[in-house]
Write a protein that binds this ligand. Structure first.
Ligand SMILES: *[C@@H]1O[C@H](CO)[C@@H](O)[C@H](O)[C@H]1NC(C)=O
Ligand SMILES: *[C@@H]1O[C@H](CO)[C@@H](O)[C@H](O)[C@H]1NC(C)=O
Ligand SMILES: *[C@@H]1O[C@H](CO)[C@@H](O)[C@H](O)[C@H]1NC(C)=O
Ligand SMILES: *[C@@H]1O[C@H](CO)[C@@H](O)[C@H](O)[C@H]1NC(C)=O
Ligand SMILES: *[C@@H]1O[C@H](CO)[C@@H](O)[C@H](O)[C@H]1NC(C)=O
Ligand SMILES: *[C@@H]1O[C@H](CO)[C@@H](O)[C@H](O)[C@H]1NC(C)=O
Length: 246
């Protein structure tokens, strides 16, 4: 079992970035809309926020064919609703549209290394079927929205290698009882790791909080995670014992 956790004293730069300034008025009209139309509008809004310099989406996401045939989009068979948005390593460049929160059948987002900037929209927390949220390797800024703590079916939360700052929201993992992997490593997170962060995450096998500006104690709960295999906490200013139960 590759369990190791080296704790170094590293003075890290802590960069202050503008916090989330996103508040969206959502006064949706009380008319019945076909869910596929909602999904189409959301995908086009997502595309509209990206500069897409290689015209990956511009050349493919054409409304002459169903969005279910667009590159990176998978639908469920019967309802023609978007289930996955999978565009890793595509240079999309730009901010995440809050309209993504309208893709209510979405179970997987993989936008690893796509040149995303700006903050993570609170609206993603409305994707209550979401299992995988992979935004690894972008240039996302601001705090981790505490609202992500509402994604109760999440199994993988990978926000590693970004420019995220501020504290880890105290209740972030409280309702994420299905979580298997959480990676917030290589960001600019600061403050203490919430002491109860791992109190309700029995399926966690991987925790990566390494290379941030976290300080204080390593939460006790880490020691009682039965399936934990990988724990990365290095390059922070943490102290205390790695629980001997590991
Ligand atoms: C919604 O629109 C899509 C595409 O136009 C169509 O395939 C589907 O049958 C429609 N669903 C309903 C419930 O009208
Ligand atoms: C868009 O990409 C998909 C998947 O790669 C491909 O099957 C489809 O033919 C492309 N459509 C257009 C209009 O280029
Ligand atoms: C979609 O999401 C946006 C932002 O969250 C919202 O303003 C809009 O009313 C939503 N609904 C539709 C049908 O686009
Ligand atoms: C997301 O895409 C990356 C790059 O292709 C891949 O390494 C990773 O396993 C994917 N994650 C998920 C949950 O699909
Ligand atoms: C989670 O969802 C509930 C109900 O939709 C809402 O009242 C609450 O504010 C949300 N929590 C967060 C942290 O956004
Ligand atoms: C830590 O993060 C910084 C900035 O993201 C990066 O330049 C550095 O290589 C990382 N160090 C390690 C050991 O991963």
């Amino acid at each position: 079992m590759g369990v190791f956790a080296l704790i170094f004293l590293v003075i890290s730069l802590s960069v202050l970035l503008p916090g989330l300034a996103s508040s969206f008025s959502s006064s949706s009209p009380a008319k019945v809309v076909n869910g596929s139309h909602t999904d189409l509008a959301a995908l086009l809004a997502f595309q509209g926020q990206l500069s897409d310099p290689h015209r990956i989406l511009a050349s493919n996401w054409t409304t002459s064919v169903s969005f279910c045939h667009w590159v990176g989009v998978s639908c469920n068979r019967h309802q023609q609703r978007v289930m996955a948005l999978y565009l890793p390593d595509m240079p999309l460049q730009g901010e995440l549209s809050p309209h993504l929160g309208n893709l209510s059948f979405l179970t997987r987002i993989n936008l690893t290394r796509t040149g995303l900037t700006g903050s993570i929209p609170d609206d993603l927390s409305r994707l209550h079927r979401l299992r995988y949220l992979c935004l690894f390797g972008n240039r996302l800024t601001g705090a981790i929205p505490s609202a992500l703590g509402n994604l109760s079916r999440l199994q993988v939360l990978d926000l590693g290698v970004n420019i995220l700052s501020e504290q880890i929201p105290p209740g972030l993992l409280q309702n994420l009882g299905s979580l298997k992997k959480v990676s917030l490593g290589n960001n600019y997170l600061s403050g203490h790791i919430p002491s109860n962060l791992f109190n309700n995450t029995p399926y966690l096998s991987l925790i990566n909080l390494g290379n941030n500006s976290l300080s204080g104690l390593i939460p006790h709960g880490v020691g009682s995670l039965p399936l934990l295999e990988y724990l990365y906490l290095s390059y922070n200013q943490l102290f205390g014992k790695v629980p001997t139960s590991l």
